[in-house]
Ligand binder design. Structure first.
Ligand SMILES: C[S@@+](CC[C@H](N)C(=O)[O-])C[C@H]1O[C@@H](n2cnc3c(N)ncnc32)[C@H](O)[C@@H]1O
Length: 305
């Protein structure tokens, strides 16, 4: 009998394959096609991108060259274009069907965006590419080793450029309080799925992913524990990067975004990073950026740096 791998045994290649399979599946693609945004859902994208693009404009003499890595249907790529029409945006993803959604939108709304079907590591290995803004939106959790990915991204980053990770889960998503609140706020359909999943976990514990290991989605590798964002902000030194801004915020359904910060349950994090040399130049100027982000978001955010 084939032994199913434990969480630790999965390799970056296994996770890549799981992602290719998952994000070409009809029901997943349909979810991204039909997704109806709650009022505040993605407001952080425009608020943070506006702030960073303005900042970059002060330091660059040319239009910002941006890439939305693992960009899927192009949420971040299109948000960048809406903030700055001059921004040269590239969208990279490994799932052609997700990119089809972006292609359709770009054509329908006449948005210019270079769209590339490739996995992240292969794209970042291309020495001909250089970017001023590299975006990972809800992406780092799809990798076994986010620091190695950021190291590859740092090699494609212009000297004054910024890397931003946005909408990735921190370890709070695993707290019982968070899961309870999320359950209470979900609709009937999602409640049914959650109940079914917890029953499956209860009965399959010990015979699926190893003794007592909870069922998990390999494609969403880091969601099993959530990303230790504080650890990450130290570990990126290995990638030659330094964090300029690190914030936690609630994200999602409007009512939840109001409640979660007061319960200490802001589950998403965003980190803005740059090369060491740029850090020396930039870090004394980050307070106005943080103030602007804070003022323009309709919920409470916590700056870790
Ligand atoms: C949770 S979705 C996020 C999509 C988009 N960035 C957003 O914020 O809506 C994760 C995306 O990452 C892509 N992906 C996962 N692993 C990847 C890899 N190794 N290289 C490129 N894309 C990848 C998937 O195809 C999927 O579109």
């Amino acid at each position: 009998m084939n032994k199913v791998k434990t969480w630790e045994e999965y390799s970056e290649e296994d996770i890549l394959e799981a992602n290719i399979e998952k994000y070409n599946k009809e029901e997943i693609v349909k979810f991204y096609q039909d997704f109806d945004e709650p009022k505040y859902s993605y407001i952080e994208y425009t608020v943070i991108f506006n702030t960073l693009l303005q900042f970059l404009h002060k330091h660059l003499k040319h239009p910002v060259r941006a890439v939305d890595m693992c960009g899927g249907a192009g949420k971040a790529a299109f948000a960048l274009k809406s903030c700055d029409a001059e921004c040269e945006v590239t969208l990279v993803d490994l799932a052609d069907k997700m990119l089809d959604i972006a292609r359709l939108k770009a054509e329908k709304e006449n948005i210019s965006c270079r769209i590339i079907l490739q996995d992240a590591f292969s794209f970042l290995a291309n020495e001909a590419e250089e970017f001023d803004l590299i975006v990972f939106s809800s992406a780092l959790h799809h990798f076994k080793d986010p620091v190695t990915l950021l190291e590859a991204a740092a090699k494609r980053l212009s000297p004054q450029g910024l890397i931003i990770s946005i909408a990735d889960p921190n370890t709070k998503i695993k707290s019982k309080r968070f899961r309870f609140l999320q359950f209470m706020a979900s609709n009937r359909q999602l409640k049914k799925i959650a109940i079914k999943k917890s029953f499956n976990n209860l009965f399959n514990a010990g015979n699926k992913n190893g003794a007592g290991e909870e069922d998990f989605d390999v494609a969403e590798y880091q969601t099993r524990t959530g990303i230790n964002d504080v650890g990450l902000s130290n570990d990126i030194k290995r990638a030659g990067l330094k964090p300029l801004i690190h914030m936690r915020y609630p994200a999602g359904e409007p009512m939840m975004t109001k409640i979660m910060p007061w319960l200490g349950l802001s589950w998403a994090f965003s980190m803005v990073m740059c090369h060491h040399a740029a850090f020396d130049h930039y870090h004394t100027n980050t307070d106005p950026l943080k103030r602007e982000i804070k003022q323009n978001l309709p919920y409470r955010v916590k700056f870790m740096i």
